[in-house]
Design a protein around this ligand. Structure first.
Ligand code: ZN
Length: 166
């Protein structure tokens, strides 16, 4: 049961809230993102946030790493969306795409204008809101701050979600 699975994961997950938007971030998803962040540092990396939506609340249960054709550079990160979507359907048939995550090694936990522009390109009437998880820390990413945002179609400013149980 997807519902039972999400409920179980939520028991240890951190809740992030922005107005009516609620998202649970599982510790295992954060741990994997942190591992990928350290491996790629001082370059940026990222991938997708996967999970389930239960009673209108997003449960982030897994993250993916960068796609094969990914372009890694100090300040730009671009994923291979077509490959990503194929991968989700094959490997995680019960999970859906909730948004993306990426890192700012040696940077701040705020979305850049470029970040925001690329997230906005992904928003459609079918997916009018997406999550973006940002891990920011020193160049080596030995530690980091996790910031979660909801970006909503037609809104100028991303909603920074508060919480996380820090
Ligand atoms: Zn960024």
């Amino acid at each position: 049961m997807p519902g039972a699975c999400a409920k179980h994961a939520a028991s240890a997950a951190a809740l992030f809230v922005a107005d009516g938007y609620r998202a649970w971030l599982s510790p295992s998803a954060v741990a994997k993102a942190a591992r990928l962040a350290r491996a790629a540092a001082p370059l940026e990396t990222g991938g997708m946030l996967l999970g389930q939506v239960v009673d209108g609340e997003a449960h982030i249960l897994a993250v993916t790493g960068p796609g094969r054709k990914v372009r890694l550079a100090r300040y730009t990160f671009e994923s291979d969306r077509v490959r990503d979507n194929r991968l989700v359907r094959r490997v995680w048939p019960r999970l859906r795409y909730l948004g993306d995550w990426h890192t700012h090694p040696g940077g701040r936990p705020v979305l850049s204008a470029m970040d925001l522009a690329s997230i906005r390109e992904t928003l459609t009437q079918e997916t009018p809101a997406l999550l973006e998880l940002l891990l920011a820390g020193p160049p080596g990413m030995d530690f980091f701050e996790a910031a979660l945002f909801t970006v909503v179609l037609g809104e100028d400013t991303p909603r920074r979600m508060t919480g996380g149980g820090a």
